[in-house]
Design a protein around this ligand. Structure first.
Ligand code: ADP
Ligand code: ADP
Length: 240
């Protein structure tokens, strides 16, 4: 079943910078899709158009049968962003706060930085945060400050913060680009597990072809803002 569809999506930052050009593809529910391409190809722009961190210039992005580009109302926008979790290359954690606080504040999404006290959250919400952190192997880190963690641990906190919203889709923007090979494997294994056990659809930007081939159900290749490959990883060769 199709969950997400790009129809002729373009993004022009200005007259000269065309980041996406007539991009069309669709993603089925429960798929793990890698988006690969060199730096500057448009991968990050593509993901950010889905949750409206960036506004596409033209086209349609159909999610759950509605065009997300038509959303104007603030509460509908918040609902969209709750269904679409995101993780980042640089983690985007509040470094001086604990792991626990970062994850709980993920419930509030964009307002997170405005909230101080943990008393704001119910016992049930706290238990859920702990459960998610344990499932990511972070039992020992729950009450540590984020600035005490390794990169791989920080990225797992980022995943936990996204998962507490119970999203339908997880967007991962170069999640392993700052990590060493062993932490990268841990993160990719977690993304795969989230997809197969929770049924969350995952779109992951990567620049490593070998990782994409290993982990994804499908690969979309982007070059200069255009889709140059869309298919099975097994039939993808180095000449793309
Ligand atoms: P990738 O994620 O594949 O590295 P990006 O989506 O970040 O690619 O960038 C695609 C193109 O858009 C690049 O030419 C980049 O310089 C440009 N670009 C990205 N963000 C902006 C911005 N905020 N303003 C202007 N140009 C941008
Ligand atoms: P990068 O350096 O990876 O491009 P930025 O720090 O510039 O990322 O953040 C990009 C955008 O993502 C900003 O508009 C920021 O407000 C937003 N953002 C930060 N944290 C989150 C989050 N947890 N969920 C969704 N969007 C976020």
């Amino acid at each position: 079943k199709t969950l997400l569809q790009f129809k002729n999506v373009s993004k022009h930052y200005d007259k000269k910078t065309v980041a996406l050009s007539d991009v069309s593809f669709s993603v089925n529910e429960g798929e793990l899709v890698s988006i690969i391409g060199p730096s500057g190809a448009g991968k990050s722009t593509l993901l950010r158009c889905i949750n409206r961190l960036i506004d596409a210039t033209s086209g349609e992005i159909i999610f759950e049968d509605k065009d997300v580009l038509q959303i104007k109302n603030k509460s509908k926008m918040r609902a969209l962003r709750t269904k679409i979790g995101m993780i980042f290359q640089n983690y985007n954690l509040v470094e001086r706060l604990s792991v626990f606080e970062n994850v709980l504040h993920g419930r509030l999404g964009y307002k997170s930085a405005l909230v101080g006290a943990l008393g704001f959250y119910s016992e049930e919400e706290k238990q859920q945060a702990i459960k998610i952190l344990q499932s990511l192997g972070l039992d020992e880190q729950i009450y540590k400050r984020c600035d005490q963690l390794s990169g791989g641990q920080k990225q797992r906190v980022g995943i936990a913060r996204a998962l507490i919203q119970e999203p339908r889709v997880l967007l991962a923007d170069e999640p392993i680009a700052s990590l060493d090979p062993s932490s990268s494997k841990v993160i990719m294994d977690q993304l795969k597990k989230i997809c197969s056990t929770l049924g969350i659809t995952v779109l992951v930007n990567l620049h490593q072809l070998d990782v994409a081939l290993n982990y994804s159900d499908r690969v979309i290749g982007i070059s200069k803002g255009r889709v140059v490959y869309d298919g099975d990883p097994a039939s993808l060769t180095d000449d793309h």
